[in-house]
Design a protein. Structure first.
Length: 222
């Protein structure tokens, strides 16, 4: 069972994060970056998966400055609320909170970052702008293409669903390879947006398992 901790941001604001300690001998720390729906049951389940894999995992509540304990359903109202929070949260503020999570985990070993949707975009940005991360795994981030020229400071991989209606996977792959040919971009056939999320309308078990295996291989080799 996880718990909720408080981490001080660079601006002095104390934001919360959902945490689970490693179930097995600790391999490092993982920062799990949320979708627009906040720290919901799917994020908590992902934190637990990483803890079972041997990592102390924490998921910062990146919308705390706007609404404490925000979590939304995957319906029209939830999507609208999550998009509003994401658009009103400055990217540099989110990156500063990621850096604060890095500082929280770093005394106990290497720090990795993985993120999904909104968090996938932040993962790509953090890989290039937040020093001290050991590796980064970005899932279906809508901002990756526009920021493909950024140079990751750590080993980084990108995961995309081939049938994602909002992200053209081939265009993202082309943009990343143009500027960062060493960064693997994995496109999963038959998978759409949010394929790691276990909600029935989004989940693709085959793609999720393969992407997670690739991410674990990246983290364990960093």
């Amino acid at each position: 069972m996880g718990d909720t901790i408080t981490i001080a941001g660079a601006d002095g604001f104390a934001f919360t994060a959902y945490r689970e300690q490693a179930f097995t001998p600790r391999k490092g720390g993982v920062i799990v970056l949320q979708e627009i729906f906040g720290i919901d049951r799917h994020v908590r389940a992902d934190v637990e998966r990483w803890a079972k894999a041997g990592y102390e995992a924490i998921a910062p509540a990146l919308f705390d400055r706007r609404q404490r304990d925000f979590h939304a359903e995957h319906d029209e109202a939830g999507i609208a609320a999550g998009i509003a929070h994401a658009r009103a949260t400055p990217l540099e503020q989110a990156l500063a909170d990621i850096a604060a999570c890095r500082d929280h985990l770093a005394p106990r070993g290497k720090v990795f970052v993985v993120g999904y949707c909104y968090g996938g975009s932040l993962t790509w940005l953090a890989a290039a702008k937040v020093e001290g991360l050991a590796a980064a795994s970005s899932y279906y981030g809508s901002l990756v293409k526009a920021n493909a020229a950024l140079k990751p400071l750590c080993p980084t991989i990108v995961h995309l669903g081939h049938t994602d209606p909002g992200i053209n996977a081939e265009e993202v792959e082309t943009a990343v390879r143009e500027h960062n040919p060493h960064v693997p971009v994995y496109i999963y056939e038959g998978a759409g947006h949010g394929f790691n999320n276990e909600s029935p309308e989004r989940y693709n078990a085959e793609a999720a398992d393969l992407a997670r295996a690739r991410t674990r291989e990246l983290f364990e080799s960093a």
